[in-house]
Ligand binder design. Sequence first.
Ligand code: ZN
Length: 161
Amino acid sequence: MAIKQNSVVTMHYELKDASGEVLDSSKGQEPLVYLHGASNIIIGLEEQLEGKVVGDNINAVVQPEKGYGVPVEALVQKVPTEAFGDEIDQIEVGMRFQAETEQGPVPVVVTAIEDGIVTVDGNHPLAGKELHFTCSIAEIREASGEEIEHGHVHGPGGHQH
Ligand code: ZN
């Protein structure tokens, strides 16, 4: 059985950046279980897993356009320190929090604090990065009708309703 639309795929993976630094890995943890063709994982990886079978080891390089996107300047905001009130004492570079926006809460990271301005970046931390995946396919099965309807996997490694 090969990976295709509506396959439930169980795999181990490792993600590195272009310099070889490990960004994420399922090593020592439960494998990743996802529903193929339902945007559970980034499109660039999904495309390269199509047609693979159990036991396959895949090296997939994904460009930002098919990964976490390219950084968008509009998602970088400069906020006066006064806007944080007393909480400014707890704000530091590298800190992550949810910013309230007109589009709802957005996860941001503080990238700079200087001259009374806090710079926060709402881009995905992996935006703009070339992603190097190594995947090993452990299991493939057909999704149930309910899983296809929900757009995610149920049971072990999946959604627990
Ligand atoms: Zn569900």
